[in-house]
Design a protein around this ligand. Structure first.
Ligand code: FEO
Length: 170
């Protein structure tokens, strides 16, 4: 039997990851409306990845014979007041998700739940990559965002991103 606090946090994380997917779909929609289809593509793929993350938590609980409870997904609540504001909201959100993963890890560590810790190792690494990607987007936007030609090229670069399934399978 899994510790109830660890189980509840893992269950909650399904919802947080689905919210992340919903948030990034909102970002994608925003960029589509702005005519920046490459940015829209980038966030659409990001949304797909977040759904994958949710499914990993879902499967992990099921594989450990723990009950999954699906809760309501909140409305995306970030203010989309311009491309840079969206990118910064993305970074802040990833930093928040990192803190959630760390909290679950700490709870698992406390009760010596090594199986959950091993499962979460992938997410610890993934969050490092997520934050790096979000930071890179901001840096590129700072460098190139104000020049239309450069923005066009950046948009094309982001439009080339393709979906790949997570390297972790359960
Ligand atoms: Fe599932 Fe972007 O963290």
């Amino acid at each position: 039997m899994m510790n109830t606090k660890v189980r509840d946090l893992l269950n909650q994380q399904i919802n947080k990851e689905l919210y992340s997917a919903y948030l990034y779909l909102d970002f994608s929609n925003y960029f589509e409306e702005q005519g920046l289809d490459g940015f829209a593509n980038w966030y659409m793929i990001q949304a797909q990845e977040e759904r994958d993350h949710a499914m990993l938590f879902y499967r992990f609980l099921q594989n450990n014979n723990e009950k999954v409870t699906l809760e309501a997904i909140a409305k995306p609540d970030k203010e989309l007041s311009g491309p840079m504001a969206v990118l910064k909201a993305g970074l802040a959100h990833e930093e928040y998700v990192t803190s959630l993963i760390n909290d679950i890890y700490a709870a698992a560590y406390e009760v010596k739940d090594f199986r959950t810790m091993q499962f979460l190792d992938w997410f610890v690494k993934e969050q490092g990559e997520e934050e790096t990607n979000a930071n890179d987007l901001i840096s590129k936007m700072e460098l190139f965002g104000s020049d239309p030609k450069s923005l066009y090229m950046l948009n094309s670069e982001l439009g080339a991103r393709v979906y790949s399934a997570p390297s972790l399978t359960l």
